[in-house]
Design a protein around this ligand. Sequence first.
Ligand SMILES: [Zn+2]
Length: 416
Amino acid sequence: MTKKWLGTQIILNNVNYHELEKNDFLRRKLSLAKEALNLDTLIIWPDSDYKGLYLTREICQELKIKTYLWYSILADISLFKIRLEQTVETFQGLHGYGTSGSWEKLGQGEEDFFFLCPNDSGNLNNIFQHFQHILKLADLDGVFLDRIRFPSPANGLETIYTCFCPYCLESFYNDYGEDLNKYRNEIKNIFKRFKALDIDGLVTYEHLSQIFMPANLKKFFDFRRKSIYKTTKMFADKARENGKLIGLDLFAPSLAALVGQDYKLLAEVCDWIKPMIYCHTTGPAGLPLELSSLLKALMNLAPNLEEELLIQEISRMLGVCLPGKREALLKKGVPEEIIRMEMQKVNDFDLKKKIKIYIGWEAVQIPDIAYIDSGVLEKYLSIIWQLNLEGMVISWDLLKIPDENLKLVGDFLLKQ
Ligand SMILES: [Zn+2]
């Protein structure tokens, strides 16, 4: 068997500590993961009083599992609720969610998916203080930085054209000597042009992001990706100063540019990257939801676009055959074959040699969000093995991964 690096994630902030302790529940779950997968690493989203975190750390030390602090930088977490007026500002001067294609369940779950601006130094410094505090307190082997991005299509198409807050205006002027406000009109014009978009227009695009990121917005999008890089570097440098390894949670390559994530730049500050290739997740970052949001936005904005033809063109750009209707995409998900295309794109980024890529795919069963059964697991594993990848993060919450899924992965590994 070729040994691959294997990690998984655990979310403790919604879990009752006594439930974790009861009948040695957590120890049994982690022992199973160690035994079935020979698990290398557990990435931990801490609970508010850290009792669960300390217990998990202790068990991992016994089982010789490395631990990472899972830290969300720019989106709301249980300890930092973000107020509407603190979120990134759209070209229309609005905050919060956009209206085109946004996910109807936004704001109904545990997270609001409100995003802070990476240039908002006041709010960011508060989070940075908290990060330094918990970094020392938790004392784990590494940090895993998450939500290092602008809002995604699931927040509404308008929000991928952020941010116009006073911090951004000042920072943009310092970098480019231009008034960022002039891009507000450019973006309004893009929305007008979407109205006239038809299939003849779509066939001219090679990549999905080209539809949404025209050349005249180059500086605007460069500014976004540099802003995300700067913020990520600030947190990553501090973690490294404290002797920690650094992993990053990034969007799938086909979507990364839309949220301001530049693999090549971000690879400079970390040890490994987890591209999230979630084919069956209808939550933010999940391919079915993000693609469906883009489709919905385009269909609402461009009355000349016929759904099935639009999906055919998007399929061509992604290199897989998506289900022919948006509703079916949400139900059936994206063909697992997309892993090949997305990992090829990671290769094409030509990242620095020593960076590791650990593909993230989901193994959870969460009603209405992601339900991964043995059929999907087998498809994921066989493709990943054919690609001979260095490792993977079995995502995203160990407590929501059924034991039979862990065992199935383990049995597959044994046979290789
Ligand atoms: Zn801003």
